[in-house]
Design a binder for this molecule. Structure first.
Ligand SMILES: Cc1cc2nc3c(=O)[nH]c(=O)nc-3n(C[C@H](O)[C@H](O)[C@H](O)COP(=O)(O)O)c2cc1C
Length: 172
């Protein structure tokens, strides 16, 4: 099973998280890139897409994803498994915390019928509202908060990558 790990990052926090995820998954990752270095068609060659997008501009996608997404609209993502991770700030942006998950998935789920994996519990995060929720107890992906909970990244990333491997039937 081939796995691509793609991230967008304006100030480097999501890039650091992407590196940590890459380190956890090791040679199971076939392709690793900043979204501003690739074309939408590049994603078609992989079975699993792990996509990293922080929320920016009060409830918006990160700029490089914003530019990338229109080019994805005609892609058929049927059969692909998609996992999302991203950064947000639950204190300063408590009403739009991790909204990018919702914006990204809203687009992707209409392109064929990809399967979402890597849904993550919202317990342990303090915020008011998020478009990034699957239901009232789960985010659509792994949320990380560099401003307020950086000490939890390592543990969260370790658990989430193990969860992904288990969902993909690749756990050792
Ligand atoms: C101007 C600005 C707007 C932001 N808007 C949001 C937001 O609406 N929701 C959120 O959860 N985080 C928001 N953030 C926090 C960023 O997502 C956070 O700083 C993140 O770590 C940035 O990731 P990056 O370094 O990979 O670009 C915002 C940050 C800034 C500076």
């Amino acid at each position: 099973m081939s796995i691509a790990l793609i991230y967008g990052s304006t100030t480097g926090n999501t890039e650091t998280a992407a590196e940590m995820i890459r380190d956890e998954l090791g040679d199971r990752i076939s392709f690793y890139a900043d979204v501003n270095q690739i074309k939408p068609q590049d994603l078609l060659g992989y079975d699993v897409l792990i996509l990293g997008c922080p929320t920016w501009h009060i409830g918006e996608l990160q700029d490089d994803w914003e530019m990338f997404l229109p080019g994805m609209r005609n892609l058929d993502l049927s059969g692909k498994k998609i996992a999302m991770f991203g950064m947000g700030d639950a204190v300063c942006y408590s009403d739009t915390f991790l909204d990018a998950f919702g914006l990204l998935w809203e687009e992707l789920e209409t392109q064929g019928s990809p399967t979402l994996i890597g849904v993550w519990p919202s317990e342990g995060y303090e915020f008011d509202e998020s478009k990034g929720m699957l239901d009232d107890k789960h985010f659509l992906g792994l949320g990380l908060d560099e401003e307020n909970q950086p000490e939890l990244h390592e543990e969260r990333i370790q658990k989430w990558t193990q969860q992904l491997l288990s969902e993909l039937g690749m756990a050792s």
